[in-house]
Write a protein that binds this ligand. Structure first.
Ligand code: PFF
Ligand code: NA
Length: 454
């Protein structure tokens, strides 16, 4: 029992696990999504609520996900069923794993479209097409890309193939090595960009937009978005972190590891915001511009920076890699399950799943052009999938994980697995996971529903 291993492999050491989980966490959510939703929701107050959600809801739930995965050492669907059986509870809780697989597919479909835009911009920077663009031209170029289903299809397809290739090979080798090089490089380049925006952008304005708290800007809508984003950005509520946890060493401390991942993810998001908003304000762009924000501001900044073409190329490359390591973790839980359930070989499993997400992604990318008329509750297909995953499916998955690890599993199991050393830390975790996290998610859900219906 103690030396149980996953049939899929395990991380070489604790740091590899941290890097892989950070690779999953740090992605488009930090560099693309965080700045634009902060812009749409008025800045400082939103950021504060987001930080509270990370600390009080995200971190404890991440611990819960990892402990379930590591206990059972199987794909999320099977891990939940097996731990439920161990606790003498109904294996119907396995529905948490199913919800996760569904969320993973749904997120993948729009994530891959955005990652496709990133690939397009890598090419644009590399070939010098984006040298010296002003804010108007940058905006036009982005609009043109959205209008071209063909271009988006090409890049979306390339991205799906990149992800399938890694999942097919198993997570151990290629992925571990890539993250080790790319994550520090990403951080370094973010700092370079931060330096540029500090010297050439309206830094003070950008700073106060992010960090000055004005409670009147806060709506329940914004609170829901902040909560949803804290799940999205930490890759919670769908089994990605649970799957990665199932490859984690038995002796490694879950608590310390999770805090490291949470801090790194939050730092990247804040630095991305500090790099982007000063440029927005210096160029009279609109902070509430929505999904196009990063794709318009960054080319403007790079277009004017000395050596901007090279930096721009490197920067978008790293955003692409960040997206890549995240998307791998979107597919991994389902792939591991297919291997376990049907005894299918990994490459075949990855390919089948890749085809499904590829098709879903096509519906998403068409919603910017040929299918732009189609609306689901007033939202385009792309916006709807983005909204429903982050604001409904992931919080629901997270809520279930909190209830499951807090109330369904017995404390003997969770205490043993978390091994927090001191009893006080364990009691604190257990209190938060049983009461604070579920109640917070429920209140935010209910109030929003009430708001929508009233
Ligand atoms: N955490 C990723 C990001 O911030 O870009 C997105 C993500 C990856 C969400 C994996 C969920 C997931 F399971
Ligand atoms: Na993230």
């Amino acid at each position: 029992m103690e030396s149980k291993q996953s049939i899929h492999g395990s991380w070489a050491n604790r740091w590899i696990f941290i890097l892989a989980a950070t690779g999953s966490a740090v992605g488009l959510g930090n560099i693309w999504k965080f700045p634009y939703i902060t812009g749409e929701n008025g800045g400082g107050a939103f950021v504060l609520v987001y930080l509270v959600c990370i600390l009080m809801v995200g971190i404890p739930i991440m611990m819960g996900e990892i402990l379930v995965g590591r206990r059972a050492r199987q794909s999320p669907i099977n891990a939940v069923m097996e731990t439920a059986a161990e606790a003498g509870r109904s294996t119907r809780w396995g529905v948490i794993g199913w919800l996760g697989v569904l969320s993973g597919f749904t997120i993948f479909s729009f994530y891959s479209v955005v990652a496709g835009w990133v690939l397009h911009y890598i090419a644009g920077m590399g070939t010098g097409q984006l040298v010296d663009v002003g804010s108007e031209e940058a905006g036009q170029r982005f609009t043109d890309l959205l209008a071209s289903a063909d271009q988006m299809l090409v890049w979306h397809t390339v991205f799906v193939l990149m992800v399938v290739a890694v999942v097919a090979g198993g997570v151990n080798k290629g992925l571990e090595r890539a993250t080790k090089v790319m994550m520090p490089a990403l951080f370094l380049l973010l700092l370079v960009l931060l330096g540029y925006s500090a010297t050439s952008g309206s830094f003070a304005e950008g700073w106060s937009f992010l960090f000055s708290f004005s409670p009147e800007a806060l709506t329940w809508d914004a609170v829901l978005v902040a909560l949803g984003h804290s799940f999205f950005t930490l890759s919670l509520g769908m089994g990605a972190i649970m799957a990665y946890g199932s490859y984690m060493g038995k002796k490694d401390s879950i608590g310390a590891t999770v805090i490291t991942i949470g801090v790194l993810d939050t730092l990247v998001a804040l630095v991305a915001g500090l790099a982007i908003f000063p440029i927005v304000f210096a160029n009279q762009l609109d902070p509430g511009a929505g999904p196009g924000l990063m794709f318009i501001t960054l080319p403007v900044a790079f277009g004017q920076m000395p050596g901007g073409q090279v930096f721009g190329f490197l920067f978008f490359t790293l955003v692409g890699v960040a997206a890549w390591t995240s998307a791998i973790s979107l597919l991994e839980p389902a792939a591991a399950w297919v291997v376990e359930r049907f005894g299918m070989r990994r490459p075949a499993a990855a390919l089948v799943l890749g085809i499904i997400v590829w098709l879903l992604g096509i519906a998403c990318l068409l919603s910017f052009n040929h299918w732009s008329e189609i609306k689901i509750f007033t939202l385009s297909i792309f916006d709807f999938l983005d909204f429903i995953t982050a604001n409904v499916m992931l919080p629901l998955g997270g809520l279930l994980i909190a209830l499951y690890t807090g109330w369904v599993l017995n404390s003997g199991m969770t205490k043993d697995e978390l091994a927090l050393g001191c009893n006080k830390s364990y009691a604190a975790w257990r209190f938060v996971i049983r009461f604070i996290a579920p109640v917070a998610v429920l209140i935010i859900f209910v109030v929003n529903l009430y708001d929508k219906l009233a």
